[in-house]
Design a protein around this ligand. Structure first.
Ligand SMILES: Cc1cc2nc3c(=O)[nH]c(=O)nc-3n(C[C@H](O)[C@H](O)[C@H](O)COP(=O)(O)OP(=O)(O)OC[C@H]3O[C@@H](n4cnc5c(N)ncnc54)[C@H](O)[C@@H]3O)c2cc1C
Length: 460
């Protein structure tokens, strides 16, 4: 039986470890923490909402322990704001099947337990380069799944593929309870606010490790803008206080919902920055032996388009399938390169381009799709062209091969709109634009500012 070592017990390492166990390999997983330490000492490394395609793989591997969580999100309420306090354009898109964000601390702890139960060998140890070399000597293949930590430096940055030379946003995130959720809302949806030139803010339904169904507040600030208020935050309470200030000023329609929120636990928060980075897939150890990567260790995304964990699952599937196909031949540098190239062209590159479209701002093509979908309400029984377009936008989070090209290219955007509107692409775009402007005027004229489009509609 071929022996494979994996370093790191986050999302990508554990998915890969379970996939290889299932495929019949002898798998050793090296983690710098136990399952219990994940629960009591660690921070969640991200929100990590997973969409249908990535979740399907978790189901296939028998790791879908939170399938029935009420925190599953059926869709996204995407709101483009004109300026702080002024919503402008709304999209209510529905996923093919619900998305889910499970507290990564709970998930890693549970998946580690399951890994041992299924016959995997778990080693609790922080791996150094020297130790890695010794581990690789004992295994047919060693996979680095250590996230953005030091071991990823084994893999040179691919400067051609990594288009940004520095982080594009300052990130902050906190897990919260006690939201004043409308008891009549029968389903959960994520809310995604885009504030051009300032950044993005996302409220995600979240399955917390002890509280279960709760919320995750997440912000992506452009430097110096109204969202850039978290840099020196010192604790979860501090982050939440600043989110409350932000909500009051920038998203006042959510104030009643947010005003009584409390932090879910002392470790459930993060601030920081990520340079979106794609690395070359072959790392050479001092002995000359090659190793490869999976997950953030090789492809680190800014979380603006919620792609990192989803991409990690797809990378783990691709790598596992390539390992199986390799039979008993050596996992040499040429095989590693060809394997990653195959993944990158099929999945990695579309995900990276989709994510970058958020970082850079949607070009005209994407704006036309958003205009043409205007009027989507997210209801399951809505089969209008607008709703279908909104749902396609959501499907792209799951599989960025769907409409990334259309979001970036006007002729493809119009072709996509035409397929749903019976050829009337420009009419749909213009109709959407007029409706958006009409709605904005109504919003400005209304004294209560409470009836913006489909802002607080009840989905079913
Ligand atoms: C604020 C935020 C929000 C996010 N939201 C989303 C989202 O909505 N959707 C999405 O898809 N992605 C999202 N992401 C990205 C997602 O969280 C990551 O892509 C994913 O968690 C990375 O998993 P990983 O296993 O590659 O790395 P990690 O989760 O970083 O795990 C690596 C593990 O390896 C261990 N390790 C490191 N070095 C060693 C060593 N030397 N020896 C032993 N063990 C070691 C670490 O302790 C860690 O446990 C978000 C990220 C952030 C920061």
């Amino acid at each position: 039986m071929r022996r494979i070592a994996i370093i790191g017990s986050g999302q990508a390492g554990l998915i890969n470890a379970h996939a290889l166990l299932k495929a019949g390999y002898e798998v050793s997983l090296y983690s710098d923490r136990t399952g219990q330490q994940w629960l009591t000492e660690g921070k969640p490394t991200g929100t990590a909402v997973r969409f249908p395609m990535a979740l399907a793989y978790e189901r296939e591997l028998g790791l879908d322990f939170w399938n029935d969580s009420p925190a599953a999100a059926v869709g996204v309420n995407f709101v483009l704001c004109l300026q702080p306090g002024t919503p402008f354009l709304v999209l209510n898109g529905r996923f093919a099947t619900p998305a889910l964000a499970v507290d990564l601390r709970l998930q890693s702890s549970r998946w580690l337990e399951e890994f041992e139960k299924r016959g995997g060998k778990l080693h609790i140890e922080k791996i150094t380069i020297e130790r890695l070399d010794a581990i690789s000597a004992e295994h047919d293949l060693t996979i680095i799944a250590s996230g953005k930590g030091a071991l990823s430096d084994l893999f040179p940055v691919d400067e051609k593929r990594s288009i940004y030379t520095k982080p594009q946003r300052h990130l902050s995130m906190v897990n919260v309870i006690n939201a004043n959720d409308n008891p009549n809302n029968r389903v959960r949806i994520a809310r995604y606010y885009e504030l051009p030139k300032a950044g993005e803010t996302v409220w995600t339904p979240y399955h917390h490790m002890t509280h279960g169904s709760s919320w995750n507040l997440f912000s992506e600030a452009r430097e110096g803008g109204p969202l850039d208020i978290f840099r020196d935050a010192k604790s979860g309470e501090d982050v939440l206080d600043r989110f409350k200030q932000l909500i009051r000023k920038v998203y006042p329609w959510d104030w009643e919902w947010a005003k009584d929120m409390k932090v879910a636990d002392p470790n459930g928060w993060l601030t920081g920055e990520i340079r979106p980075t794609i690395r070359k897939p072959v790392g050479i150890l001092p002995s000359g032996r090659p190793v490869t990567f999976v997950g953030d260790a090789g492809m680190a995304f800014d979380p603006v388009g919620a792609q990192g964990a989803n991409n990690g699952n797809k990378m783990a599937r691709h790598l596992t399938e390539a390992i199986v196909k390799r039979g008993s031949a050596p996992f040499d540098a040429a095989w590693i390169e060809a394997t990653f190239d195959g993944f990158y062209h099929n999945h990695g590159e579309p995900a990276y381009r989709f994510n970058n479209a958020f970082l850079d701002g949607l070009p005209l093509a994407g704006q036309e799709i958003l205009a043409a979908q205007y009027g989507s309400d997210g209801r399951a029984d809505n089969s209008s062209p607008a709703q279908k377009l909104a749902n396609e936008f959501c499907a792209n989070f799951s599989d960025p091969r769907c409409i990334t090209d259309a979001l970036l290219d006007v002729s493809r955007a119009r072709k996509l709109i035409s397929t749903h509107t019976g050829g009337a692409a420009m009419a749909a775009v213009m109709k959407g634009r007029f409706a958006i402007i009409g709605n904005l005027i109504r919003w400005w004229m209304s004294s209560k500012k409470a009836d913006f489009g489909f802002q607080h509609q009840m989905w079913s």
